[in-house]
Design a protein around this ligand. Structure first.
Ligand SMILES: [Zn+2]
Length: 103
């Protein structure tokens, strides 16, 4: 799997109204200087893609989001309930050594 390319000050991220998003093999950030925790959060999603496969990641991600919306959750609650997000928010504070490669 290719190492992701980090794109900062990204119009795509701004248009999607997100701080960061992995559209593999790119990670788009709205900020010119995304913080370590945000970069790590997005890198965790890349690790998840390595684990389950890129297409399967997006399929499962959308499936879980849609299931939560159908249960009546609002956008934010549904987003926070996605298992990939639960894992990423749990782990994002612990910065791994390999992240040094991106600074
Ligand atoms: Zn996330």
């Amino acid at each position: 799997m290719l190492s992701p390319r980090l794109v900062k000050n990204s119009l795509i991220a701004k248009l999607l109204r997100v701080d960061g998003i992995v559209l593999y093999p790119f990670i788009f950030f709205a900020s010119k200087n995304p913080n370590d925790v945000l970069i790590h959060h997005e890198m965790i999603h890349v690790d998840q893609m390595k684990r389950v496969g890129v297409w399967r990641f997006y399929f499962l991600y959308l499936k879980e989001y849609c299931a939560c919306r159908l249960k009546g959750m609002n956008h934010h609650k549904a987003y926070m309930a996605i298992s990939f997000e639960v894992e990423a928010y749990e782990k994002e504070g612990a910065r791994p050594h390999h992240l040094n490669d991106y600074f």
